[in-house]
Design a protein around this ligand. Structure first.
Ligand code: ATP
Ligand code: MG
Length: 234
């Protein structure tokens, strides 16, 4: 099953921030979405999470439409977003942050989900009773990713996960992304560090001013960096 986005348009206020955008996120693959500030990447993630209305077009899992569905329904269908700048609930424990993210599943499933997140991030298991706000930025980002993983989603949409984190932590998080993809999860990866994203991606797309300007193999962009440079300068 793929996450199919077909001719999607999004408006924010009077502005059209995404126009006629089509892309498929395949299971077991890392799909990179690159593009300059204000291109519309985060708006796309918010729309796919059901947090922004769609002005035209559609998206869904294969032919099953999710356009206009509530955030809860989209989550329950197996799509989890890690929105840009998402923060953990600082005053709650690591465990409570995880369990709170399991709002679409039963308490027993959330318990099992939390245990599987602890398996992926032993750093979180060690700190399960600790207040989330007292952890390092990297550990908090692990928790944010863990929250998205709690209901064992088929697809995760990861928006600027590495922002402000030390290279070693970024490497650790990217290793988890690779393993999730290898285990069958489809990943939409939005990343300011384009070299990093291209290294881990199976396919790449460039968004400029709300429109798709490139779609193809990451290797094409690695071999010809001018394609990216032009998109970022446009
Ligand atoms: N809360 C908002 N209300 C209205 N317009 C917004 C809002 N947030 C962003 N926009 C506009 O939507 C457009 C797309 O922004 P978006 O945040 O989706 O881009 P982006 O590609 O994620 O950029 P960045 O790389 O800076 O994260 C921009 O023109 C921006 O000004
Ligand atoms: Mg953004």
């Amino acid at each position: 099953m793929s996450l199919v986005i077909d001719a999607l348009s999004i408006r924010r206020g009077a502005k059209t921030v995404l126009s006629d955008f089509s892309m498929t996120v395949e299971p077991g693959r890392v799909t990179a979405l690159l593009g300059p500030n204000g291109a519309g990447k985060s708006s796309l993630v918010l729309a796919l999470a059901g947090a922004l209305p769609v002005a035209g077009g559609s998206f869904g899992l294969d032919a099953a439409p999710l356009t206009g569905a509530s955030p809860e329904r989209i989550r329950a269908a197996g799509i989890a977003a890690v929105p840009e700048g998402h923060r953990v609930l600082a005053g709650l424990s690591v465990e409570d942050n995880l369990l709170a993210a399991g709002f679409t599943i039963s308490a027993a499933e959330a318990r099992r989900g939390a245990d599987s997140v602890y398996g992926i991030f032993p750093e979180l298991a060690e700190r399960r009773k600790q207040k989330a706000g007292t952890m390092s930025g990297g550990q908090q980002q692990m928790l944010v990713l863990g929250q998205a993983l709690i209901a064992k989603p088929k697809f995760i949409l990861v928006d600027e996960m590495s922002l402000g984190l030390a290279p070693l932590i970024v490497k650790r998080l990217m290793g988890v992304i690779d393993r999730l993809a290898a285990a069958g999860t489809g990943i939409l990866l939005i990343e300011q560090f384009t070299t990093l994203a291209l290294k881990h991606a199976h396919s790449a797309h460039i968004l400029s001013r709300g429109r798709l300007s490139f779609s193809g193999s990451p290797q094409v962009l690695i071999d010809d960096p001018d394609i990216l440079h032009r998109a970022y300068l446009a």
